[in-house]
Design a protein around this ligand. Structure first.
Ligand code: NAD
Ligand code: TYD
Length: 352
């Protein structure tokens, strides 16, 4: 088959990557989508069961830090474009052990940039889309929003590794003319998110009537976006964004952690037929995260005015869908929360 593009999507078995792949394989049958993933604790091929039979989808298991292997992948599949999502993504894990974050997020990204540069040297019409986070901008006070021009000020090992990768992406654009695009998105939520992140962790614990660990006093603020809307933003930036530019992605949707947990408790009490207020009783204030960023909030006016992208649904609608998905997919949560994950969390909570 003579595909119009042969896109390498890294980290496609993870949370956001699986949504990006689902969107791309259906919307663009004229593209070959090659999902390259190491299948760490966070990567799960169950996330892609519904698309794995499609002829324009391929899966390759591998590690983006492996230079010779990645070079071969670019050759074997004649890769024309990259959407790079593979990363170590959880802040608490980065605090426990930063080195995996340096390896995958920094070394792995530079390795991919080198492969793309070698492969595309002397030819045109390629895109290397690097998917990053708003956490590279640091932490906001009570007012203000992150803009694309906000100076980088990463404060956790996770955000430092992502900031470093962003700098390398820009350096490859300026130094070698590699056709890069960057997106920096706020916190995502939705189906298939590993239940170590706030929203799926709370949903799972409410369901199982386990304590709901709120860090510090719960006043920290995050700006939440439905993962399907993030995938559509990536699609728009990949196709229409300008080379060498960064785009912030977010939905003007700030919530304190405590208000969000209250909302989830009340929503789930309703859905599970529990007495009003029952789940709120599970809230447990625990030791704060080290160096906990206070507030994130995105100014997404550039992607809106330049590329016409806006979120498709409200937070309330998105949370409703998300809770329903977790309630209807309990076996998914059980299968991925065995093994390494259980060990990690046992140790983590023992320290508190
Ligand atoms: P995730 O942890 O769910 O998935 C990461 C995927 O990368 C997994 O499938 C994992 O197996 C794979 N991976 C990890 N190390 C690898 C390696 N060395 N080689 C190949 N594959 C490897 O992460 P996510 O939440 O889906 O995030 C995806 C990307 O989006 C990341 O780059 C993250 O920084 C960024 N991002 C995430 C959010 C969010 O709220 N989750 C927000 C903004 C940006
Ligand atoms: P998280 O989902 O880990 O995303 P990030 O740290 O990348 O923003 O956490 C979101 C917020 O929720 C953050 O302020 C930390 C807080 N949090 C809790 O209060 N309890 C928890 O168990 C977790 C995982 C997070």
């Amino acid at each position: 088959m003579n595909y119009k593009k042969r896109i390498l999507v890294t980290g496609g078995a993870g949370f956001i990557g699986s949504h990006v792949i689902r969107l791309m394989v259906h919307k663009y049958p004229e593209y070959l989508i090659v999902n390259l993933d190491k299948l760490t604790y966070a990567g799960n091929l169950e996330n892609l069961k519904d698309v794995e039979h499609l002829s324009n989808y391929r899966f390759v298991k591998g590690d983006i830090t492996d230079a010779s292997f990645m070079k071969q992948v670019f050759e074997d599949h004649d890769i024309t474009d990259v959407i790079h999502l593979a990363a170590e993504s959880h802040v608490d894990r980065s605090i426990e052990g930063p080195m995996d974050f340096v390896m995958t997020n920094v070394v792995g990204t530079v390795n991919l940039l080198q492969c793309a540069r070698d492969k595309w040297e002397g030819s045109k019409d390629h895109v290397f889309h690097h998917v990053s986070t708003d956490e590279v901008y640091g932490s906001l006070g009570e007012t203000g929003l992150f803009e694309e021009t906000t100076p980088y000020d990463p404060r956790s090992p996770y955000s430092a590794s992502k900031a470093s990768s962003d700098h390398f992406v820009n350096a490859f654009y300026h130094t070698y003319g590699l056709p890069v695009k960057l997106s920096n998105c706020s916190n995502n939520y939705g189906s298939h998110q590993f239940p170590e992140k706030l929203i799926p962790l709370m949903i799972n614990n409410i369901l199982n009537e386990k304590p709901l660990p709120v860090y510090g006093n719960g006043a920290n603020i995050r700006d939440w976006l439905w993962v399907v809307d993030h995938a559509s933003a990536i699609d728009v930036i990949f196709h229409k964004g300008r080379i060498g530019e960064s785009y912030n992605v977010g939905g003007l949707n700030e919530w304190t952690n405590l208000n969000l947990v209250h909302y989830l408790c009340d929503l789930m009490d309703q859905k599970l037929g529990r007495e009003k207020g029952a789940s709120r009783k599970l809230i447990t204030f625990v030791t704060d995260r080290k160096g906990h960023d206070m507030r994130y909030a995105i100014d997404a006016s550039k992607i809106e005015s330049e590329l016409g992208w806006t979120p498709s649904i409200t937070f309330e609608e998105g949370l409703d869908k998300t809770v329903d998905w977790y309630l209807n997919n309990r076996a998914w949560v059980e299968s991925i929360t065995s093994g390494e994950y259980t060990e990690y969390y046992k140790n983590m909570y023992d320290e508190r």
